[in-house]
Design a protein around this ligand. Structure first.
Ligand code: KG4
Ligand code: ZN
Length: 335
């Protein structure tokens, strides 16, 4: 069974061909990062235009790299939310046009479930139930994955997403967009315990997160240094901020896994590419006898292979989308 996955929810135009739900035959990603870097973040209007320019080439390349043609594809799967509405519409309309013209079934995929499904690509033994820590630019969730299409949110952020905090702090210390990978790299040269930044807890919500206080603490620290004419060490700030985020993510995930008697945790989303988070999760999981899964970095950040994988499981469950499928920018998720 061949699934063509299409993803255009933010600043990556992507298409992939996935065989039997788990084997990636091609994974083409056309990134717009260079353009958005000029503006310090994603400009929605530019993102939509670039998706339109690139989507057809990206799909053609995905088919040709996979050594297949549209006629051999069994299912078209596409991200229909959440994300930037203009950006989503490009992928959704391309998928609908192909499904209609080639008479193929269409399935709409929730972007976050795609991130979770990225874990199936390289871990053939991974099967639900498992706990998933989803950490992306727009979401920070602890999700109990009870089945391939059954998700229960047990923890969530009350304000900023983890990736958003990385991007904002990176901007404040002059690293530019996208912040996550740049902080990851710079933090290796800094001391993670040089500056004590807060680790927020939320009363009565033991699995929830909050990162806006941490972001403000970094900004306050920078202001104080400026006022007192103290020279700042950006590597120490990056390392100390990153450590604060990691401590909170790891402790919540481990507490949830222990309480819910989950023997396995997966990590997903762009921030799951963070080298220190991966190392820290691995160390804690080893200590607690929990099996840890994470995707290769290319499957952590936005890609269409993960949409092909989740599309396969949605299709196998008998679900189909009609040609009235629409982009839903704030698409809800889980229970
Ligand atoms: O999953 P993703 O590609 O897009 C969304 O669905 O949001 O995640 C993008 C986010 C950005 O905030 C980016 O800064 C962050 O993931 N990110 C990282 C790393 N690579 C990407 N954060 C920390 N360390 C990284 N290595
Ligand atoms: Zn994403």
């Amino acid at each position: 069974m061949l699934v063509l996955g299409i993803e255009s929810s933010c600043d990556e135009t992507a298409a992939a061909v996935v065989k039997d739900g788990r084997k990636v035959l091609s994974n083409i990603i056309s990134s717009q990062i260079d353009i958005h870097t000029l503006y310090g973040g994603v400009v929605p209007e530019i993102a939509s235009r670039k998706h339109i320019e690139r989507i057809n080439y990206v799909i053609e390349e995905a088919l040709s790299k996979a050594g297949t043609t549209l006629s051999e594809i069994d299912v078209i799967s596409v991200t229909y939310g959440p994300g930037l509405v203009g950006a989503l519409l490009v992928g959704v309309n391309a998928a609908k046009a192909i499904a209609y013209a080639a008479k193929k079934p269409l399935v709409g995929v929730h972007h976050i479930t795609g991130h979770i499904a990225a874990n199936y690509i390289e871990h053939e033994n991974l099967k639900p139930p498992f706990l998933c820590l989803v950490v992306s630019g727009g979401h920070t969730h602890l999700v109990q994955v009870d089945g391939y299409n059954e998700f229960k949110i047990i923890g969530r952020t009350h304000d900023d997403a983890a990736g958003e905090a990385f991007d904002k702090v990176a901007r404040a210390i002059g690293l530019g967009y996208p912040g996550g990978p740049k902080i990851d790299k710079l933090a290796k040269e800094g001391n993670p315990y040089a500056i004590e930044f807060p680790r927020a807890k939320i009363d009565g919500h033991e699995f929830d997160f909050s990162f806006s206080g941490l972001k403000s603490a970094v900004l306050n620290y920078l202001n104080t240094c400026e006022m007192k004419n103290i020279e700042i060490n950006t590597a120490d700030i990056a390392a100390s901020f990153q450590q604060a985020v990691i401590d909170v993510l790891v402790s919540r995930a481990l507490r949830a896994a222990n309480q819910l008697s989950n023997g396995q945790i997966a990590v997903a989303g762009g921030v799951a590419a963070n080298s220190s988070l991966r190392a820290s999760m691995q160390e804690s999981c080893n200590k607690n006898g929990i099996k840890l899964y994470y995707p290769s970095p290319v499957y952590c950040t936005d890609n269409a292979a993960m949409i092909g994988v989740q599309g396969y499981y949605i299709y196998m469950a008998g679900e189909r989308s009609g040609l009235d499928l629409n982009a839903v920018p704030n698409l809800a998720f889980g229970l």
